[in-house]
Design a protein around this ligand. Structure first.
Ligand code: DGT
Ligand code: CA
Ligand code: CA
Ligand code: ZN
Length: 589
């Protein structure tokens, strides 16, 4: 039996909480399950070992009764309580929980009054107006539910980079460890660091394809086998994503890796360049074309290729990093030797948009500072929510002043080797004014300004709102530009080129929010921002110490946006970053 994962246990606890809520159980009992689920998601240790040693009850947020249930899950892979609870509900009901904005109360009402127990029934009930008529629902709610159903259909079978990275990296690491394997890589959209991927593509070089394919299809992460052949297999992982494996000989490896990395559009241009030299290029080889398309009567024999850089060289190109292979100008730049020297995770020296327990974070200020130091960062910016973000426990003036004092005291203990910058993620009101007055913002080291409300303004109004915020000299950077949540909520309407212009004109930095749910501003806009001289700041939007790791996803997207360390301000070391943070205020003086 495959070992149950931490995420699966957390999901089970979450489902129990939802079912208890539909049943109308006591809120404390419900909260115990949601708190435990949350605690597990961020528990850094080995749950199996903790269960075996009877230490689960010591995890903060996990009580004795729930600890026993987790122990049962770990030991048997099942939980009798969960199974019996589940039997009380129609099975289709659970899919309704995945719809944005639909909680247990509404699901209960839909079920009890309309008899709706599946997503298709719900869609029908919305369309024929029955949902709008329900007390507590109305037309707007009904429309929102319909939009959520449509969005779910559109996103089915696609996955955020952040939710499949652990599986992907684990599989490739284990493939590389097999003695039969010479080389292995994850190709496809994952290697190109697309924010959302359809499936995973593993490429392996070996002389014993059967053994490798066998290892792949029998792996414990595999839920079902879709196809199984000696050189080509497809499976579905437990996480839901499909994974393809291609097994090739060492001599074919650079070609397979290049072809299956894509993109398709990039491949087409590669093949055209080969054809223009009288060669054919496919996933196995580069060879003389049978009917050369060149005017040159006798094409030269192609050189021997041992790796991807060799292939690009043979086609008269500098090596193109996978993130740039989107047919967005990389060929012209590779030919002219003007490809950018892309930023790397190791170049980052600090980061700015991070939360603590003072607002909706789950780690304390001291814990966040310690985690940042462990990652080798020289500085950490704290930007908790401002007072209008009530649901996120935003700070009122006195709590913000207290936090500034706390940061100052902590900084005194660091001997100048590490620094916490006191900031705030200030809400931008509907009219573009800010949630704190200037005299308060002035006391902060920097300010992140973000939209968390009134998402449905028109594009013109939203653009005006953001530009007004950027005109404030205390606004150092703009947070998550469009507010999108990948695969669940589209960004609000906003004129991005106009925002980029305004960011350049006002000297406001633009955030590349590295949280894998956001990755906002989108990579497609960064080349324009770079051209206009806009500074990028890569921020994890961390709500827990473990979220500082999101920086890595942010760097992938920055690379996709052609950024080098020069455009990314948080590559600057302590000693130089201070002047950068003060620059906008200084020029208004
Ligand atoms: P995904 O999985 O939808 O996120 O995107 P990719 O890019 O990983 O696409 P996938 O898995 O269908 O195929 C992997 C790569 O294989 C793709 O990026 C380019 C190459 N490829 C697949 N089909 C074709 C094709 O019809 N023509 C060419 N030139 N290349 C292809
Ligand atoms: Ca793929
Ligand atoms: Ca594929
Ligand atoms: Zn925010």
């Amino acid at each position: 039996m495959a070992q149950i994962t931490k995420d699966q246990i957390a999901d089970t606890l979450e489902s129990i909480a939802q079912m208890l809520e539909i049943k109308g159980e006591n809120v404390f009992k419900i909260r115990a399950y949601t708190n435990a689920a949350r605690a597990l998601e961020t528990y850094p240790g080995d749950l199996v070992a903790a269960a075996a040693e009877g230490l689960l009850g010591e995890i903060p947020g996990v009580g004795k009764a729930i600890a026993e249930k987790i122990t049962e899950l770990v030991a048997t892979g099942q939980l009798a309580y969960f199974e019996s609870l589940k039997a009380e509900f129609p099975p289709g009901l659970f899919a309704m929980f995945e719809l944005q904005g639909l909680g247990p109360k509404k699901i209960k009402a839909l079920w009890e009054t309309l008899g709706v127990t599946t997503v298709p029934e719900l869609e029908k009930a919305c369309k024929d107006g029955r949902v709008a008529e329900l007390p507590g629902f109305g037309k707007k709610t009904s429309d929102n539910i319909l939009a959520a159903i449509q969005s779910r259909a559109k996103h089915a079978g696609r996955f955020r980079l952040g939710s499949i990275a652990a599986d992907a990296e684990r599989m490739v690491a284990e493939l590389r460890e097999l003695p039969e394997v010479f080389q292995a890589a994850i190709a496809g959209s994952y290697r190109r660091r697309k924010e959302v991927v359809g499936d995973l593509d593993f490429i392996v070089a070996t002389n014993t394809p059967e053994a490798v394919s066998e290892f792949f299809v029998q792996h414990e992460m595999v839920e079902s086998v879709i196809a199984h052949g000696p050189t080509k297999s497809s499976v579905r992982f437990r996480s839901g994503i499909q994974a393809d494996l291609r097994v090739v000989k060492s001599a074919e490896y650079p070609f397979a890796l290049n072809y299956f990395t894509g993109s398709k559009e990039h491949n087409i241009l590669m093949r055209q360049r080969a054809l223009a030299r009288g060669w054919t290029l496919n996933e196995y080889r580069l060879a003389l074309a049978e009917k050369p398309e060149t005017r040159n009567q006798k094409p030269e024999t192609p050189p021997e290729i041992h790796d991807e850089p060799g292939l690009y060289r043979a086609l008269g190109l500098d090596y193109v990093e996978p993130e740039l292979r989107e047919a967005c100008g990389e060929f012209a730049a590779a030919e002219a030797h003007t490809l950018p020297d892309l930023i790397e995770t190791e170049n980052l020296r600090g980061t700015f948009h991070n939360h603590t327990t003072a607002s909706d974070g789950r780690s304390t200020l001291a814990e966040m500072a310690e985690a940042a130091q462990e990652l080798g960062l020289q500085y950490l910016g704290i930007a908790d929510h401002s007072k209008s973000s009530v649901q996120a426990h935003g700070l009122e003036t006195d709590r913000l002043l207290a936090q500034i004092a706390e940061i100052k005291a902590l900084n005194a203990t660091f001997d100048g080797h590490f620094r916490i910058f006191a900031g705030s993620e200030v809400d931008i009101h509907k009219d573009g004014s800010l949630d704190f007055p200037d005299h308060l913002l002035e006391r902060l080291d920097y300010v992140v300004a973000s939209v968390h409300s009134s998402f449905s303004l028109t594009e013109v109004e939203m653009t005006k709102r953001l530009i007004r915020a950027m005109e404030n000299p205390h606004v150092t950077m703009l947070g998550h530009l469009t507010g999108r949540l990948l695969l669940s909520r589209d960004g609000y309407a906003v004129n991005v080129p106009a925002i980029i212009e305004a960011a350049a004109a006002t000297g406001t930095m633009t955030e590349l929010n590295a949280n894998p749910k956001r990755l906002d501003m989108d990579w497609r806009w960064w080349p324009l921002a770079k051209e206009k001289g806009v500074r990028c700041v890569i921020n994890p939007d961390a709500h827990h110490t473990s979220h500082l790791q999101f920086l890595h996803f942010g760097v992938g997207i920055a690379r996709k946006g052609w950024l080098t360390r020069k455009e990314v301000v948080n590559c600057l070391p302590l000693g130089e970053i201070e002047a950068m943070l003060a620059a906008k205020r200084a020029r208004r003086k």
